[in-house]
Design a protein around this ligand. Structure first.
Ligand SMILES: *[C@@H]1O[C@H](CO)[C@@H](O)[C@H](O)[C@H]1NC(C)=O
Ligand SMILES: *[C@@H]1O[C@H](CO)[C@@H](O)[C@H](O)[C@H]1NC(C)=O
Length: 207
C-alpha cells in the first residue's frame, strides 16, 4: 500500500440519543469479515487482509461484509486506481438490504493522470435520497478529517439511518456517463484492468 492515492476512510455514525448497550470491536481481517459478491478475473482477496477489486470491459467487481452493523466506525485503507482513472468509480459505502434502504456513500470519481479525484458523498434514509445533507449525526472521515456531517432531525419527520443494520461494501465500476467532468471524459479501456486495493478493514461497531 506504499503507493500514491492511499486514503484512510472511516464512517462514524453516532447520536446523542443513542445508548450503546454493547460495542464490539470487530477486529477481524478482510478474509474473515468480507467476501467478493461481484467478481471478474482480477477481483481477489490476497492473503488474509488485502482485497483487490478491478474494472475491465467485462464488468466491475465488489465485496461486502458478512454481517450488518447499526452504529459504529468502519475504517479501511483504500488505494485508488493510479494513473488515468477517468470514468472509473471506486466506492466504499454502507447499505441495508431491501427496498426502503439506508445507505451512506463515499464514491471516488477518477480523473485523467495528474488531476484530482473528486469525493462524492450521498445518503439515503429509508429509500429517500434526501438532499438535506447537513442534518444527521453522521461523520465521514478521510484521513481523520470529517468531510460531511448529517444530524438527526427525526423530530421534524426526516428519516435517520438508525433502524436497520447495514453491510459495508467496496466496489469499482464504470461510471463514465457521469463521473469525470460530468461524463465528458470517458474510460480509456486501453488502460484496463483498473485496479483498486483495500486493506485493514476495521469495523468498530454494534449490531
Ligand atoms: C425525503 O427527502 C426530502 C428531500 O430532501 C426531504 O425534504 C424529506 O424531508 C425526506 N423525508 C423523510 C421522511 O426523510
Ligand atoms: C478532474 O480534474 C479537473 C481539472 O483539475 C477538475 O476540474 C475535476 O473536478 C476533476 N475531477 C473530476 C471527477 O472530474
Amino acid at each position: 500500500m506504499a503507493l500514491s492515492q492511499a486514503f484512510l476512510i472511516a464512517l462514524i455514525i453516532s447520536g446523542s440519543a443513542i445508548v450503546f448497550d454493547k460495542i464490539d470491536v470487530v477486529d477481524a481481517n478482510i478474509v474473515q469479515s468480507m467476501y467478493i459478491n461481484w467478481r471478474n478475473n482480477e477481483a481477489v482477496i490476497v492473503g488474509s487482509d488485502d482485497l483487490q477489486l478491478a474494472l475491465d470491459q467485462t464488468s466491475g467487481s465488489g465485496a461486502v461484509s458478512k454481517r450488518t452493523f447499526l452504529f459504529g466506525s468502519f475504517e479501511m485503507l483504500i488505494k485508488l486506481v493510479p494513473g488515468n482513472s477517468a470514468g472509473t468509480i471506486t466506492a466504499y459505502y454502507l447499505s441495508s438490504d431491501g427496498s426502503k434502504r439506508d445507505e451512506i456513500d463515499f464514491e471516488f470519481l477518477g480523473n485523467v493522470s495528474g488531476q484530482p479525484y473528486v469525493v462524492h458523498t450521498n445518503i439515503y434514509t429509508q429509500g429517500n435520497d434526501s438532499s438535506r445533507e447537513q442534518q444527521f449525526y453522521v461523520w465521514w472521515y478521510i484521513d481523520s478529517v470529517p468531510i460531511r456531517v448529517f444530524r438527526n432531525y427525526q423530530n421534524k419527520g426526516i428519516a435517520y439511518p438508525n433502524e436497520q443494520g447495514m453491510r459495508v461494501y467496496a466496489s469499482i465500476w464504470d461510471g463514465d456517463n457521469w463521473a469525470t467532468e460530468g461524463g465528458r471524459i470517458k474510460i480509456n479501456w486501453a488502460n484496463a484492468p483498473f485496479i483498486a486495493k483495500f486493506a485493514q478493514f476495521r469495523p468498530r461497531a454494534c449490531y
